[in-house]
Design a binder for this molecule. Structure first.
Ligand code: COA
Ligand code: AMP
Length: 631
């Protein structure tokens, strides 16, 4: 359709109630909403007020009731264990109803929080859906986080129950989750009543009597539980994401707006039909995993793929092609870093030739800036459209994309294409004025945000306002800088805060600095993200030691690296730090991280006008040269 995009985008902004009210017809409601958009209390907006539904019913039971119970809901493909498991919608209904019963037996009811700490196994989705079934609020914690990070989330979400697996599997090693969970509960101030443990044969966990319950036993003794209707505005989940400090932000997702928006994106953005297989190669611990491994595909009646492996090394750089070909997958969504990893191992695409990918239609990339080299390589190898799209944990779905189910636009390298319907993206300068097309500024979105986006932060309305809404009144601050060109193509260039992006994972340099500052020999420190060909960025620490420290620098650095790994987790990928005499600062004492990053990335930089002591920059340059960075 020639103008389908313009028409949809324009209607979504001029009459959001009409646009989203129509999309909401695709969801089963227990009670229809009174009002599509409640804008009576800005800057807080609520969608589908008065409506009642159950997200699990819409993702699972509904398809069984429609006669599609024998359709596959989940394909679990684990090249690490060499196993596969296929689960139909009818089986998924039975599994979620039983596990919901097991949770209810442990006292979980509507509104209670449940933390889920699990690897890429179907039970992770079963646990999420079972919470949704009961109206309980889940909070999934990524397996690569250490005990301390898990404890922070336990303290904030105050779960009644934690659901965990005994272990996760990384190539060549088994990660024992159970001791990490025990340690997290030991240090947490909030104590969950129960832990339900899925024992995996690769490493079983030791049970704590009186607290831990075995998943299999809990389910065997449980009676299947029905879906509990909840308000559209009730929370479905909390997902913690990096802020600028060590205290992560609990992004809240509601039930109604989320179901409506995600179901709508499956056709409009990804152009898939119910019954097709949809694969997001991410992890349930990230927002991509929530939206497009669990809820989006299932709400749409698609088969979702739960993949336990890596793009390379499990066993080789042909794994993605094997999975696409074996399960007849038309659409893959992953992070550019996965493609950079494949390209590095198999630059000429030799593995590709071994598989039949004739049914593969589109590759979607997100999570970090998609560099033109990676896009071009993927286009040349796969010979299908490669669609970059831009979104965040907070937004839950794409802010900008090439909406393949609405109207395909030519790809411009470096741009995730145009604002998706529902999104009014603007670029503002330091004076909060809109800039001309093509000029760089802060990327913001005019309020109200569309359904499915964060209504607030968990128990932190003030932090929500302060982090996202106060700086640009009337707008949501994305924290990204970039520009919009004459044709409405959005370009996302960089973060405006201290967040870095490592292998598509969002990390806070502030959180790492908080850990480093606790090292007894460290007087001061800074962490920056430096360019990395494979992971996009890697963190690098600068340590200023206390006077009188005689320990070899290598020893301090090794201890510092260990501390970050043990406190935040391996996912921080913090492997490198250097000892320097002093840190460059402004006269008001702000560390010049941006300038240090430019030096490390070989970029030209201007001497900041506010620098306190310009002589420090050459010292930094020299220290960076010693580890092979800087010019
Ligand atoms: N549980 C425990 N540890 C984990 C983990 C998990 N779920 N996930 C990652 N880790 C560990 C890794 O083993 C690694 O440990 P190491 O330092 O001992 O090697 C560390 O955390 C860093 O992980 P990562 O940055 O992912 O590096 P990697 O070398 O293991 O893999 C890629 C690199 C590019 C292959 C991988 O990041 C990838 O496939 N990314 C793309 C898909 C994706 O997940 N995107 C997320 C958002 S869409
Ligand atoms: P996360 O919340 O972990 O999904 O990280 C969101 C951040 O990742 C965004 O604010 C951007 O900085 C970055 N990001 C995600 N997708 C893209 C993209 N397509 N292009 C550029 N940056 C992106």
């Amino acid at each position: 359709m020639a103008n389908a995009y313009d028409e949809a985008h324009s209607l979504s902004l001029t009459d959001p109630a009409a646009f989203w009210g129509k999309a909401a017809e695709d969801i089963d409601w227990v009670k229809r909403w009174d009002k599509v958009l409640d804008d009576s209390n800005p800057p807080f907006y609520r969608w589908f007020v008065g409506g009642e539904l159950n997200t699990c019913h819409n993702a699972v039971d509904r398809h069984v009731e429609a006669g599609n119970g024998e359709r596959l809901a989940i394909i679990h493909d684990s090249p690490i264990t060499g196993t596969q498991r296929k689960i139909t919608f009818a089986e998924l209904k039975q599994l979620t109803a039983s596990f919901a019963g097991a949770l209810a037996d442990q006292g979980v009811t509507k509104g209670d929080r449940v933390i889920i700490y699990m690897p890429m196994v179907p039970e992770a989705l079963v646990a999420m859906l079972a919470c949704a079934r009961l109206g309980a609020v889940h909070s999934v914690v990524f397996g690569g986080f250490a005990a301390n990070e898990l404890a922070t989330r336990i303290n904030d979400a105050k779960p009644k129950v934690v659901v965990a697996a005994s272990c996760g599997l990384e190539p060549g090693r088994v990660i024992a989750y159970k001791p990490l969970l025990d340690e997290a509960i030991r240090v947490a101030t909030h104590k969950p009543d129960r832990c339900i443990i899925l024992q995996r044969e690769q490493k079983t966990g030791e049970m704590t009597a009186g607290r831990d319950v075995d998943w299999a036993e809990a389910v065997a003794n449980a009676r299947p539980h029905d879906c509990v209707p909840v308000k559209a505005t009730d929370p479905l989940y909390i997902l913690y994401t990096s802020g600028t400090t060590g205290q992560p932000k609990g992004v809240v997702r509601d039930n109604g707006g989320h179901a409506v928006a995600l179901k709508w994106t499956m056709k409009a953005v990804y152009n898939v039909e119910p019954g097709e297989v949809y694969w997001a190669a991410s992890d349930v611990g990230w927002v991509v995993g929530h939206s497009y491994i669990c809820y989006g595909p299932l709400l749409h009646g698609c088969t979702t793929v739960v993949f336990e492996g890596k793009p390379v090394g499990t066993p080789d750089a042909g794994t993605f092609w094997r999975v696409i070909s074996e399960h007849k997958i038309p659409v893959l969504f992953t992070a550019p870093t996965a493609f950079r990893a494949i390209k590095k191992e198999d630059p000429n695409g030799e593995f590709l030739g071994k598989y039949d990918l004739s049914h593969f239609r589109t590759l979607y990339l997100a999570g970090e800036r998609a560099d033109p080299n990676t896009i071009t390589w993927a286009q040349n190898q796969l010979k299908v459209p490669v669609i970059d799209h831009w979104w965040q944990t907070e937004t839950g779905w794409a802010i900008a994309a090439n909406c393949m189910g609405l109207q395909e636009f030519p790809v411009k390298l470096g741009s995730p294409t145009k604002a998706v319907p529902g999104w009014d993206v603007r670029t503002l300068d330091e004076n909060k004025q809109e800039v001309e097309p093509g000029q760089i500024g802060a990327l913001v979105c005019k309020l109200p945000l569309p359904p499915g986006t964060l209504p607030t932060l968990w128990n932190a309305d003030d932090r929500f306002r302060q982090a996202y809404l106060d700086e640009y009144p009337g707008y949501y601050k994305t924290g990204d800088a970039g520009f919009v060109d004459e044709e409405g193509y959005v370009y996302v260039m960089t973060r405006t805060d201290d967040i870095i992006n490592v292998a598509g994972h969002r990390l806070s340099t502030g959180a790492m600095e908080e850990v480093l500052a606790n090292h007894p020999d460290v007087a001061e420190c800074a962490v920056i993200g430096v360019h990395d060909d494979m992971k996009g960025q890697m963190p690098l620490g600068f340590l200023v030691l206390k006077a009188g420290v005689t320990k070899p620098h290598t020893e301090v650095v090794a201890e510092a690296v260990k501390m970050v790994r043990e406190t935040i987790g391996p996912v921080a990928a913090f492997k490198q730090a250097i000892v320097v005499g002093r840190l460059p600062k402004t006269r008001s004492g702000k560390i010049l991280r941006g300038t240090m990053q430019k030096i490390a990335d070989h970029q030209d930089y201007k001497m900041p006008a506010t620098i306190d002591d310009p002589d420090i920059l050459p010292e930094i340059e020299e220290a960076l040269l010693e580890i092979g960075l800087a010019k």
